[in-house]
Write a protein that binds this ligand. Sequence first.
Ligand code: HEM
Length: 508
Amino acid sequence: MVAIYLLIGVVTLLYVYLKWTFSYWDRKGFPSTAKSIPFGAMESVAKGKRSFGLAIYDIYKSTKEPVIGLYLTLRPALLIRDAQISRDIVTKDFASFHDRGVYVDEENDPMSAGLFQLEGAGWKNLRTKLTPSFTSGKLKAMFETSDVIGDKLVATIKNGIPQGGNKEVDIKKLMSTYAIDIIGTTIFGLNVDSFADPNNEFVAISKKLNRKNFTDILRTAALFLYPGMEKFFVRIGWKQEAIELMRELSHRTIDLREKNNIARKDLLQLLLQLRNQGKISTDDNVWSAESTKNGVKSMSKDVIAGQLFLFYAAGFETTAATASFTLYELTQNPEVMEKAKEDVRRALENHDGKLTYDAISDMKYLEACILETTRKYPALPFLNRVCTQDYPVPDSKLVIKKGTPVLISLLGMHLDSENFPDPMSYLPERYLEESKDFNQAAYMPFGEGPRMCIGARMGKVNVKIAVAKILSNFNVEMRKEKKELEFDINGASLMPKYGVPIRLSLKK
Ligand code: HEM
């Protein structure tokens, strides 16, 4: 009998708790989405029907409210739909939204202290120190590496095409290999050749990163939604394989460089400069990392490993997806394809037939194509912040309370006809026209403001190299009928569900 009373008591308490939790936005006076208990806005994710980014996009489409409350399971959060408020949050009102509110534990888990996760003054300090790593001068120095890997991409495809014939390839898979090698080489300075050795350490790490079994999904959800839970998992010693592999690889590479005084032109070298000299040189010709501080290290190997892991994770899928989506759109839009090919041909001709950094910078139409790809397919389909001081919503009586997670659906804003006329059409001309006939506040494929993507320029250059190499070496067959790609339901980034098929033949 006691057990029954106890059970009734527990059920009643749970009911009251859930009702209270799921009435948060009503109590705060915000409009909100349907309260489906216990997953809230995450119901379609929990059922395995949508990825996080697509679920947030669905909510964006379901309402016209400028700001709407939702529940990320038990956690109330806000989706900002209004383009100007979204932009203000990440730019001019940054002081009220400077953190992402995801898991980070600098003291006990230094590898978690990546630039993406860090908060407040710690983030600002590191961002200032890392910014010189991504100047155009530094990118120029790394350009040759990307160019060589681009040639391997071309050679691999050529080998697969029968003489005088053509072949359908999954360009997403090939671009992933290309991006893994670029990131592995320009970040770690290792001779990564995944085209020749598809079982190397970097491919193994990327497979583990992309694997989506129950525990991976749980850990990703904890990382973003319940940082306290992730802290607990780490404290009890529940390791994540991809992170451990990266830790081991990073330590090994750092030791090799430091013991043998090796200086290379890559991001690791610049992080070693920071470790041994306290700052990254603003002189693009200085790459030495010899200690100037009597052996004092201002950054531990684990913190360096954390940055390397982040650059790798943030850089490889985004680059591969953007290059693949661009080529796919070209196969569906004959006029755009012709203009892009002509742009590449003309730029090469003006630079003695060589694909140099300057030749790539000269490809203005191709640049516009990449901009349009990142609109229609923002590789990271949402931005997230946490409110760091109470924030009055402009033109309303509502106040966003400190501690509230805030989401911005890039996919939603980029595909909204109120922001972009004819949003499903692929129109690179949008960015070339003087008038720029779209709502510029709504266009943020790399984020905006102080926390925008630090690797945006590097990402775009590597995408342009890959697309330019494909267009100048192959005939890309046009699709007979237009077809929108379906998106994968796993992971945080926007990925094609079934790869990206395109048909190529050799140029005569
Ligand atoms: C086409 C390629 C890429 C796309 C579309 C992309 C997109 C993004 C987006 C949307 C954000 C969030 C910005 C915000 O919250 O305001 C971000 C952040 C970031 N990205 Fe990228 N990214 C790309 C390539 C790269 C590359 C190549 C690297 C590094 C090598 C990189 C490193 C980072 C880092 C470290 C952050 C966090 C910055 C901070 O919090 O200070 N990304 N990226």
